[in-house]
Write a protein that binds this ligand. Sequence first.
Ligand SMILES: NC(=O)c1ccc[n+]([C@@H]2O[C@H](COP(=O)([O-])OP(=O)(O)OC[C@H]3O[C@@H](n4cnc5c(N)ncnc54)[C@H](OP(=O)(O)O)[C@@H]3O)[C@@H](O)[C@H]2O)c1
Length: 293
Amino acid sequence: MRTILFGAGGQLGVDLARLCRKRGHSLLALRRSQLDITDEPATRQRIARHNPDCVINAAAYNQVDQAESDAETAMRVNALAVRNMAFACAEAGAVLVHYSTDYVFSGEKGSPYTETDAPAPQSVYGVSKLAGETFAQAHCPAHYVLRVAGVFGPPGRHTRRGNFAEFVLRKCAQGASLRIVDDQFATPTFGPALAARTLDLIERKIPFGLYHLAGGEPVSWFDFARKIVRLAHCSADLEPIDRTHYQAQAHRPRCAALSNARVEAAGIAKMPSLDAAIAEYLRSRKRERPVRR
Ligand SMILES: NC(=O)c1ccc[n+]([C@@H]2O[C@H](COP(=O)([O-])OP(=O)(O)OC[C@H]3O[C@@H](n4cnc5c(N)ncnc54)[C@H](OP(=O)(O)O)[C@@H]3O)[C@@H](O)[C@H]2O)c1
């Protein structure tokens, strides 16, 4: 299979590139320094020239708070670049895989969100990601739009943005105290498991469409931190706080847990339990080397 991967220097991108190679894809993996996806002619040219069966877009503007004051960049990267990619994929007859987020939801439903629930993003980031997924669906019939949440993959040890697990481990190593929200819930998603299931969808020709492919296990950020600390055998001064004490520019959903029922019904394996994912994370991160950008 001929595959192009955009955003190959991000935490998910590194895991995807590794796995594509292992599974024998003929892979063109492009980091940001090799291709800026907002360069529309260059992106179209790469897609037309490589003649891929599949384009995976792991590039994104993920600075949730910064997006509130830089809506233009968020929209350019998360929405308009995806629109351009979708047109180019449709023209080339390629499948487009694109990742979206639980932040497209308000978080007020009270139970895990399914693909038929109406999005109601409450932040610029959420709006930009919703626009991106809508463009992918509108312009490339052969698409997988995968909503994920709180991604933590071992390459995040060295990537620019890192991830929540690295934040917790760093604070522990510094002996710093941690105040983490206990009334905000998500379904944290283990990067390597997400990468494997992404390739399963493509390779097994699962019907195209929108799927939730997150961790499957709703947890508060405080409990997530507590599990990381316990499984890493480190000691930390952890304090639960409520979200009114967490000052941030962007509004975050209170509980945007995603249900994986649809993707599982399509034949994709269940995600690992959160404990198993964290344990694997802690083992794998030791082998990670710095990522080129
Ligand atoms: N991380 C999460 O918690 C989370 C939650 C929900 C959804 N998601 C989605 O999951 C997908 C994978 O995210 P991730 O966790 O791997 O994020 P990540 O580690 O931040 O990786 C994103 C990559 O995109 C690159 N990028 C940013 N702007 C670009 C541009 N204009 N052109 C090319 N590359 C660009 C970044 O490069 P630089 O680092 O050099 O900027 C980075 O390498 C994204 O679609 C994201 O929105 C992630």
